[in-house]
Design a protein around this ligand. Sequence first.
Ligand code: SF4
Length: 333
Amino acid sequence: MTAISSAPSPATPAGLGLWRTAQLLGVVATAILLAGLVTQPDLALDILWNVLIPLVPASLLISPAIWRNVCPLATLNLLTNRSSVSRTLTPGLLPGAGAIGIVLLVVMVPARRFLFNTDGLALAITIAAVAALALVLGGFFQLKAGFCNAVCPVLPVERLYGQYPLMRINNPRCVPCTMCTAKGCIDLNPSKSIAQTFGSARRSHAWLLNGFGVFAAAFPGFVVGYYTTQDGPLATVGSVYLHIAVWALASYLATVLLVWLFRASAVRAMVVLAAAAAGLYYWFAADTVTTAFEIQGAPTTVIRVVMLALVAVWLWRAVQRVTRTNSRPVAHA
Ligand code: SF4
């Protein structure tokens, strides 16, 4: 099987039309969601957290291009692009931009417990603020250099789950590629995005000190930490962050120990960490989703079996591809 790589290729006119329609629907759906979060918060929160969001990790395992092609924030980010703007995401800006995205993620996800899971207005304001940020940054940077490939809080998860997609899907957003992002663009090559993010640190255990490496190593514990806390009032903010931080730290330390014990390479560790985080996510999320719709029992088991099977297939294919890549003769740059 060929590696999934290459510059974005043009979609067929019919394919392009379908993607454009999906992108427009994404923006319209977001506007409806924002209105719903204000006027019908219980319903809108249920649909967002228990229907739409649980689909995202699975779609990233299948191909990050699915989400990246229809994400409404990406559509807004590209809406304000102007061909006269030449500012790109240079190697010097990449670590800082990536760190901002990771910080936004680890601040915003726990905030679901004491705010966003129950307060539709607060969530609507936050989504609108992030959308405004995507719009503004789109006007100052080329294509996805200002938001999608930089400070987007979903980017770290796209990078982790999207590293070995099960399907090859075109990227019609930016054809031709202008190299708006110096390195690590998932659209260009999802399988090399993490390695390019690590740089030379991937050849030793130094990746464990890289910003994305710390995130990836801590992420399985972060997932467990989130799902072993409960929704509560704003006063629980401290205990929520502390609980999740302890789990994330335990996950990071366990990863360091296992990498050291098994002398695991960065590329193998990334595959295992992605599968562990996705598997844990669906194990817990299945119960949360069915509880929300009061259909516990067999449906919980069905969701777990289906999603864990998807993760298992993803892991098997990823390990095959890692093994095949490692067995090739080393190409000297
Ligand atoms: S580097 Fe920029 S232009 Fe090229 S595929 Fe990635 S996002 Fe698109």
